[in-house]
Ligand binder design. Structure first.
Ligand SMILES: [Zn+2]
Length: 288
């Protein structure tokens, strides 16, 4: 093996400089000896027991994750804690862990480019460019992307399209707005996009697709005449980036880079409400 942990870190730091991360974020090498050889990398959205087990199964020497495992200060990584057990598993099996989070969101190409590509958006530009003079400013960088559909779709058709092209989850895709609204311009932001509702409205796009939208901010944004909203599973909005990340690692290094398709979204069940007009049982049978 000609690649080491530090070699992987070097090319990732070049593509996603740590200085581009938000101040509150914690990116970079979390676990691992920089001198260790790396033959195989597993790219994941979340470093959780399930994806660590997958990394061990496929014989990965390193996990590259989107979400930082240890975002807040900890005083213990004892195996009596959830995250401590993850750290133990990694150290015990000599698997390194690296996180590229908001520095990968803001990059060009970054997390939302892959999301926009899945939807087929063209003519991409950043939704929220960093302020001039900040470390990440420049060259089409910024969080989220704004693009154009090759042909207009109604909101209903766009919602169905998004559910079809995004990685499959129990959550699926839900939308807010007039189903017949014609959509040409779309803003997307991988992950929790609540804070960009006003930015998307100011950009004048027809629809905004993101994850983790909440009742009040979403209601007020739609009532205020903003774009139609599409809310997908957090994991599904960031999973598309892993393909691009793995291709980059294979291209730049002598490593085998694999992508985890394990759905790590916390929402694992979804039930459709029953339409009484289509369920004759509801008319015939008295409730027990
Ligand atoms: Zn995320």
């Amino acid at each position: 093996m000609n690649t080491t942990v530090s070699g992987v870190v070097a090319v990732l730091d070049e593509r996603y400089p740590p200085a581009w991360a938000q101040e509150w974020d914690r990116v970079g090498l979390v676990v691992g000896d920089p001198a260790n050889p790396v033959g195989r990398v597993l790219c994941v959205v979340d470093c959780v027991p399930e994806t660590v087990a997958e990394a061990l199964d496929v014989g990965a020497d390193m996990v590259v994750a989107h979400h930082p495992l240890l975002m807040r200060g900890v005083s213990s990584v004892a195996a009596t804690t959830y995250k401590g057990r993850i750290v133990h598993q990694l150290v015990k099996h000599d698997v390194a862990l690296f996180a590229a989070h908001t520095n990968a969101d803001v990059a060009n190409p970054g997390v939302s480019d892959a999301l926009a590509a899945r939807l087929g958006l063209v003519d991409l530009r950043p939704l929220d460019p960093p302020p001039p003079g900040s470390p990440a400013a420049g060259e089409g960088r910024g969080v989220g992307r704004i693009g154009r559909l090759p042909a207009p779709l109604t909101l209903a058709a766009l919602t169905a399209h998004a559910a079809r092209v995004l990685p499959k989850t129990a959550w699926g895709v839900r939308a807010a707005g007039d189903p017949d609204r014609v959509v040409t311009t779309v803003a997307v932001s991988g992950g929790a996009g609540d804070s960009f509702l006003a930015t998307a409205a100011a950009a004048g796009v027809d629809a905004f697709l993101t994850a983790d939208l909440r009742h009040h901010p979403a209601s007020e944004a739609v009532a205020g005449g903003g774009p139609a909203l599409l809310d997908a599973a957090h994991w599904a909005t960031e999973r598309p980036w892993l393909d691009e990340l793995a291709a980059f690692l294979r291209d730049r290094l002598e490593v085998d880079a694999l992508v985890s398709d394990l759905d790590t979204d916390p929402w694992t069940l979804h039930a459709q409400p029953v339409d009484p007009h289509h369920d004759p049982q509801l008319h015939k049978e008295p409730l027990p």
